[in-house]
Design a protein around this ligand. Structure first.
Ligand code: SAM
Length: 314
């Protein structure tokens, strides 16, 4: 199989001037009057829900420093620091525009900021953090897109790619490159390996998943059949890919991490009211609110999280 590289780096470094084009679940829960908050069992921002969920896995008295990679508008970190002001924190982002937004959002806290592509950040400088957060951004990292020979003939470094695939397949017993036409979340794979090799005690990751399944009670309302391999999503100015979480989980397990995995709905529990059911049942929504609810509920199940804790604490 031959591959060409899909990278969003150029877009994030030079062209991104708004996150409005890709409304993240985190951002959709930020406004106090967000219709998305109203359909959760308890209204609250994304960061507050996530922090309370992580508390059930991560002993926060053991967490003194936190790094968020690709923090968008900085809302998640703002919630974490309001809940736990003792945390020594840092934000790394590839986008100068978003890093500036984070500086505005977090101006009342003592936070360090670094403009960098996470793939170029040395392992040593990551190793100082107790907790690393990567929310809704693994799919932005480079993907190797499987394509017909003709297309990839011009792509450089296929030998280098083969070498890398061999390395990951041997070390982690993965079948990368063996399925015809399967795209490879190489950036996510390398980043998870780097975070684990850096020995970070606690890691939280999330992204839209190509392996997401919906529970029985939602099946009559949402059609979500997992394709099982990374799917392309076209967005303004760039393309992202859904993530194959089972591979990331396997890498973490080989590197002796405990893993917790599931849909966002685990920590953003839905109040499955008649209002929600009506919005989901409609073929064409009547109101903007119904449309927002449909997208949000879909995202609650399409997005997966993966929490990794180092060692034998389970
Ligand atoms: C879809 S946004 C998610 C933002 C935020 N985490 C949220 O959930 O709202 C992706 C974020 O990852 C950042 N990002 C993308 N590629 C990156 C890379 N290679 N290194 C560091 N940050 C990156 C983007 O600039 C942006 O802040």
């Amino acid at each position: 199989m031959k591959y060409f590289i899909n990278s969003t780096a150029d877009y994030h470094q030079h062209d991104l001037t708004s996150l409005g084009w890709e409304l993240t679940v985190c951002n959709s829960l930020e406004p106090l009057n967000s219709p998305c908050r109203k359909i959760l069992s308890s209204p609250g921002s994304f960061g507050v829900h996530l922090y309370n969920f992580l508390k059930t896995i991560v002993p926060f008295n053991d967490v003194h420093s936190i790094l968020e990679i690709g923090g968008g508008m900085g809302y998640l970190m703002c919630d974490f620091l309001n809940l736990n002001p003792q945390l020594k924190s840092k934000m790394i982002d590839i986008s100068p525009y978003l890093l500036n937004k984070q500086k505005e959002t977090l101006q009342s806290f003592d936070v360090a900021f670094e403009l960098a592509d996470i793939l170029t950040v040395p392992l040593k400088s990551l190793a100082v953090f107790d907790l690393v957060i990567m929310n809704e951004n693994l799919g932005d990292l480079p993907t190797w897109v499987a394509g017909p020979e003709k297309e990839s003939d011009t792509a450089p470094g296929n030998e280098h790619m083969t070498g890398k695939l061999k390395y990951f397949n041997t070390k982690y017993n993965l079948p990368l490159g063996l399925s015809e036409n399967e795209h490879i979340n190489i950036g996510a794979i390398e980043t998870v390996e780097k975070l684990c090799l850096a020995g970070i005690k606690y890691i939280y990751l999330s992204e839209h998943s190509c392996e997401a399944v919906v529970p029985e009670y939602i099946k009559p309302f949402i059609s979500l059949v997992p394709s099982g391999s990374p799917e392309m999503i076209s967005l303004k100015g760039h393309k992202e890919f859904t993530v194959k979480f089972s591979y990331l989980q396997k890498i973490a397990k080989v590197l002796k991490y405990n893993t917790w995995r599931g849909p966002f709905a685990d920590f953003l529990p839905l109040n499955f009211s008649d209002k929600v059911k009506t919005a989901l049942r409609l073929k064409t929504p009547f109101t903007d609110e119904q449309e927002i609810i449909r997208q949000f509920v879909y995202d609650l199940f399409k997005y997966e999280y993966l929490v990794l804790t180092k060692g034998d604490k389970k």
